[in-house]
Design a protein around this ligand. Structure first.
Ligand SMILES: [Zn+2]
Length: 143
């Protein structure tokens, strides 16, 4: 048995089983293949891939792949950025707000630092005009 996707002259698509491709040719010639929608006998093999569902799902997965690729790219960039930050900054951990303040007021050697701060600490730093950036992965770890 062989399954064909068929199409009539009005572009109706339907599937039909045949004993063989020869039988298909034979039935086609004898106008025994009839469009179930409009009874047309002007039928030919559809140009569509054999299974419409497969085609649409592969299209979707391609789209998802693209999305995933973009996400991977972003994650890679964040990873690179994170490496860079970790290499070039001092980890002061939970003392971040305190250290940032000390640096800002010149109480300690100025250097790039990274660490954690609470929402409240971050707000206070901002109010004092101390510049800092939020790093995406801390937010991610919190989530
Ligand atoms: Zn038709």
């Amino acid at each position: 048995m062989i399954l064909y996707d068929l199409q009539c002259d009005k572009n109706h698509k339907f599937e039909c089983w045949f004993a063989s491709s020869t039988k298909y040719e034979e039935q086609l010639k004898n106008k025994m293949i009839i469009c179930p929608y409009c009874n047309s006998t002007k039928v030919q093999k559809s140009l569509m891939a054999p299974n419409i569902n497969t085609k649409s799902s592969s299209k979707n997965s391609k789209k998802n792949n693209k999305k995933k690729l973009a996400q991977d790219n972003l994650e890679n960039q964040i990873k690179k950025f994170r490496k860079y930050i970790e290499k070039n900054t001092d980890n002061v951990g939970k003392n971040f707000a305190e250290e940032a303040r000390k640096i800002y007021y010149g109480e300690t050697k100025s250097r790039p630092i990274r660490g954690e701060s609470t929402e409240k600490e971050a707000q206070e730093l901002a109010e004092e005009g101390i510049q800092f950036s939020r790093l995406p992965w801390y937010a991610k770890e919190d989530a």
